[in-house]
Ligand binder design. Structure first.
Ligand code: ADP
Length: 595
């Protein structure tokens, strides 16, 4: 067991470590998969919007107004999140190639020329590059160019189809004649769109994860955060780029059924026109995507509330380890307790055998004396009245001894079975002592013993059962006589003691016998326990006397103590609680006795 338990503990530790690693990996994978699904769903809606407004080359230029209005109607009727788009604009160029902005008036079903507002300030610079050699680059379908997004507004920029008149003569890349600007509703995106996707893809009923969407170019710009402060990009468990129109995704969407209806054309004829707008801030930061993260202007960050996934798993591991070790500890304690109680049971069994042997021995001597005295009387060997009286005395004495022994055994059995009943009332201590001394008279006389009794005057009554207390004191006196050595002296001292812990009456029985060895002192109040010296000296006894004394005084709410040094004698003291009004007075007690 001593080897098995540590081995189990070590195995448990090792296994839990392995399980934790696997759990971290599993969590990470599932989180990544969720993030991926989120990204696809997120981007899909913008692709849907993009394709919805992308004109095909057949749209006559005079119908642009009607086209946009119809597409907007179509969007509102078919899109799963129609409120994503807040407004639709169109950019045209005047004769000086200056971009002009027109806003779609949905009610009036027409475009109204409008000023470039501050939110478009970044965009207007980029659109104004038209006509210059470093201007716009138009890519045909299939080229993996960066998406035409203005993340700061946020808006989607859809180029008009390239017509033959758009082609510059000097071989430069062609320019579209205008753009559709789809302005997104940021408020709706933050409050409804992102939360609904999070709810769909991250099953997190206990809010264990902190999710945030931040701008990559300006990480301090938090678009969404499930909790504040938002997740720091450098400390997230999983991250993925979103809000990018990737050509792969565009193609996948366009060839899908949803894509087929979005633009109204059959998928095979759809042309995807992606535009890379010249980036006024230098090389695009978004181009530095790490593999597997995809493109995008925003970043979805996920972090476990515990600090990291590994920290969360190691927290669970610590808890599991604590439980496992707790169980092992419980097991170890159980084993120790079983071992202890087995030892105790063994010792008790040994003591019980000794007890039976002791009691039998104690019975045998008086019985033998009584039998032979009776035999002599019956045989008429004893003829003189004096001798008869002496025989009678012997039979009485031995009978008394037998009675005491039987009573002790019965009382012990009663105490063990819990059936012992005491009648507590105010009890006169001197009376208890006197009757105990009287009961030991035969022993005293036989050994020529000198027993001093000192009872302090005006001793208060104690709360007790007089007969039981008498037996306790009698046991102590009897032991003092039995284990007396050569001194033949003992003293009973009764006094009242007032202390911090309350007042009590003490009855001390002091002898100058051989004393008790310190190894025995701890055990002498246990049932059947006999001191090694007592056994060696063949002093008769059963080992239950002191256990009974302890039982009696404890039932009285008191205690018994012993002071003993080997060779100098012992002092056994009974500490008894003083009687209260409720226990009746001494006077009543005397009346009781008389009656
Ligand atoms: P018993 O006297 O029948 O052995 P007890 O329970 O009365 O049983 O006492 C238990 C043990 O305590 C004794 O065996 C003895 O070793 C020791 N003991 C008790 N009283 C005294 C005493 N007055 N002096 C020395 N040893 C004592």
């Amino acid at each position: 067991m001593a080897v098995l338990l540590p081995l189990l503990a070590a195995l448990q530790y090792y296994w839990l470590g392995q399980v934790s690693e696997a759990a971290t990996e599993r969590l990470q994978t599932s989180l990544r998969a969720s993030a991926n699904r989120f990204r696809q769903d997120f981007n899909r809606e913008f692709i849907r919007a993009y394709l919805n407004f992308q004109m095909d080359s057949l749209t006559p230029s005079q119908d642009i107004e009607r086209y946009h209005w119809e597409r907007f109607e179509h969007w509102n009727q078919t899109a799963p999140y129609p409120r994503l788009i807040s407004e639709v604009f169109v950019v045209n160029y005047d004769e000086q190639a200056r971009p002009r902005l027109s806003r779609l008036n949905v009610q009036g079903k027409r475009f109204e020329l409008t000023e470039w507002s501050i939110e478009f300030s970044n965009l207007v610079d980029r659109l104004a590059q038209k006509g210059k050699s470093f201007g716009l680059t138009v890519a045909a379908s299939g080229q993996n160019l960066l998406e035409p997004l203005a993340e700061d507004i946020p808006a989607l920029i859809v180029p008009f189809p390239i017509s033959s008149t758009d082609k510059p003569p000097n071989g430069e890349p062609p320019h579209p004649s205008g753009f559709t600007i789809i302005k997104l509703d940021l408020n709706y995106l933050q409050r409804e769109f992102i939360p609904s996707l999070i709810q769909r893809h991250f099953d997190d009923p206990h809010n264990e994860y902190n999710l945030a969407v931040i701008s990559i170019r300006h990480p301090e710009r938090v678009i969404y955060s499930s909790r504040y402060p938002a997740v720091n990009p450098s400390s997230s468990d999983v991250s993925t780029r979103i809000f990018g129109l990737e050509s792969d995704e565009l193609r996948a969407f366009a060839t899908s059924e949803a894509g087929a209806t979005a633009g109204g054309e059959p998928p095979a004829t759809r042309q995807l026109r992606l535009i890379k707008l010249r980036d006024p801030g230098g090389p695009a930061a978004v181009s530095s995507t790490s593999p597997g993260e995809g493109n995008g202007h925003w970043q979805l960050l996920i972090k476990h509330q515990a600090g990291s996934l590994a920290a969360a798993v190691s927290g669970v591991r610590r808890r599991n380890l604590a439980i496992s070790f707790g169980i092992l500890l419980l097991l170890a304690t159980g084993i120790v307790i079983t071992a202890i109680s087995t030892r105790r049971a063994e010792r008790l069994a040994r003591q019980q055998i000794n007890f039976v042997a002791g009691v039998t021995h104690e019975l045998r001597t008086p019985l033998a004396v009584i039998c032979s005295a009776g035999q002599n009387l019956a045989d008429g060997i004893v003829d003189s009245p004096l001798k008869v009286a002496q025989y009678g005395e012997v039979v009485y004495r031995e009978g008394q001894r037998l009675t005491n022994l039987v009573e002790q055994v019965l009382e012990f059995a009663g105490a063990q079975s819990g059936q012992q009943r005491y009648e507590f009332r105010a009890t006169d201590v001197s009376h208890v002592i006197k009757s105990a001394v009287a009961a030991c008279q035969t022993q005293i006389a036989e050994t020529n013993f000198r027993l001093e009794t000192v009872i302090e005057p005006s001793l208060p009554a104690v709360r007790g059962d007089e007969a039981a207390l008498k037996r306790a004191v009698q046991n102590l006196i009897s032991n003092a006589i039995k284990y007396d050595g050569e001194n033949h002296w003992a003293r009973i001292h009764a006094q009242e003691l007032r202390g911090k812990e309350g007042n009590e009456v003490q009855i001390a029985v002091e002898d100058r016998g051989p004393g008790i060895r310190s190894v025995d002192v701890a055990h002498i109040f246990e049932p059947f326990y006999r001191g090694a010296e007592a056994v060696a000296a063949q002093i008769k006894g059963s080992g239950v006397g002191l256990s009974l004394v302890k039982e009696i005084v404890e039932a009285h709410g008191g205690r018994v103590s012993v002071e003993s040094t080997s060779g100098t004698g012992s002092v056994f003291t009974l500490h008894l609680p003083i009687a209260t009004e409720a226990d009746g007075s001494n006077a009543e007690l005397t009346e009781d006795k008389k009656s």
